[in-house]
Design a protein around this ligand. Structure first.
Ligand code: ZN
Length: 398
């Protein structure tokens, strides 16, 4: 069965294409990146040509995704960039690239039959040129949330009767959200340290620390180097039954002497300072840089996430203060108070949510500390203590 779908990118330019003589231009590839993960594998082809017209189809026997790029030709040098991409741990078995006599570049992905694909074009943003993005999604996706809950139930059963404490108190789930990932590196330090890498390390250390206490279970919104949209991070945390949400980041600023940790919450009354507004704007860019692919239902979902309550903001602010207090014992503090702005990742109607900027990755000294395992431990310890103090003193029912 052939399921043929096509779409034209940048619709207003359609006529432009048709009046042009059919001279094929060169499809220049700036870079090809691949991000395998258990959730999905993303392949990004960054290209220099701004407007491309493509068509794609799914074909069987063997299973393959075929993409045709019209009025283009490709050189060996460019096609080898795509052909040489590392396909380990991906559902792609082989990629073939060819020119056709009708001036089409044809890319064929031979894939595992239990895979579906989602194709999108993302206009140039930040340091990226235009991107053709193909997500390979397992048809029967291993439901990580389901397995998280199954493990949780299993552990509960195993520990039944062994700990009196467990009988009276239910486990509390804490969502830890390492910022950025995959196509979105976040801020980058002078030595090339990427925010997405250090925050994942800190998040994993924090998870280990929190889970030393059997009352707590940690849900990581990502556990590898791949992109997740800001709303999906919230959705996943909610489905995992999280009671607290902590997003971990590392700042950047044009002045290399800017330093120190800061903690942010969502504000429904505008940003508390110009710097906070700037920070929220920068963090919210993640969806565009990482390449969020939206559909109509997502638009509806968006409005739901915009309804945050004053109770959530109040509790987030208390949580933020506790974490900031602890961070002040291990490092310089950039802002002495918890600041607020329109952070998309904190738009969660029910769960106390904070965003921790652990340090300035743009400050060479702090970049070194962020890379240092011992310092990562210290940051994780401080955040852990802050969360515990909040939960201990909170009037909320966990
Ligand atoms: Zn960030």
């Amino acid at each position: 069965m052939i399921n043929r779908r096509s779409f034209v990118l940048h619709l207003p330019l359609l006529y432009f294409f048709y009046f042009l003589p059919k001279v094929a231009r060169a499809f220049e590839i700036a870079a090809v990146r691949i991000w395998p993960s258990e959730e999905y594998t993303r392949l990004a082809i960054e290209h220099l040509e701004e407007k491309i017209k493509i068509q794609y189809s799914n074909e069987k026997n063997p299973d393959r995704i075929i993409i045709r790029i019209f009025n283009m030709k490709i050189t060996k040098k460019n096609s080898s960039k795509l052909a040489n991409v590392n396909l380990n741990h991906t559902p792609i078995e082989k990629i073939s690239i060819s020119d056709s006599p009708s001036n089409e570049v044809k890319i064929v992905f031979y894939i595992n039959p239990l895979t579906r694909a989602r194709i999108s074009s993302i206009p140039a943003i930040a340091h990226y040129r235009d991107r053709l993005v193909i997500d390979f999604i397992p048809a029967k996706k291993k439901d990580e949330l389901l397995s998280f809950l199954e493990n949780y139930q299993r552990e509960k059963r195993l520990n039944k009767g062994t700990e009196k404490q467990r009988k009276s108190k239910k486990q509390i789930t804490i969502a830890i959200d390492p910022g950025h990932g995959g196509e979105d590196p976040g801020a980058i330090g002078k030595k090339g340290t990427k925010e997405k890498d250090v925050v994942l390390k800190i998040a994993m250390r924090l998870k280990r620390k929190i889970e030393k206490n059997p009352r707590f279970k940690v849900f990581l919104t990502r556990n590898g180097d791949y992109f997740i949209s800001l709303r999906n991070r919230i959705k996943k945390a909610k489905r995992a039954g999280a009671s607290v949400f902590i997003s971990i980041h590392a700042d950047a600023w044009i002045r290399p002497d800017a330093r120190g940790a800061s903690v942010y919450i969502l504000s429904d009354k505008g940003a508390s300072s110009e710097a906070a507004r700037w920070m929220a704007k920068k963090e919210n860019l993640s969806d565009l840089v990482g390449g969020e692919i939206m559909n109509k239902n997502d638009e509806i979902a968006k409005t739901i996430f915009n309804m945050s309550t004053s109770a959530q903001i109040k509790n987030s602010s208390i949580l933020g203060r506790k974490v900031l207090e602890e961070l002040s014992t291990i490092s310089h503090i950039h802002k002495k108070t918890v600041e607020g702005a329109g952070f998309a990742v904190l738009k969660n109607p029910d769960i106390p949510s904070i965003l921790v900027e652990t340090a300035f990755i743009s400050n060479p000294q702090e970049e070194n500390r962020l890379r240092n395992g011992l310092h990562q431990e210290k940051i994780a310890s401080a955040i852990n203590t802050g969360i515990l103090t909040f939960i201990k003193n909170s009037k909320l029912r966990f």
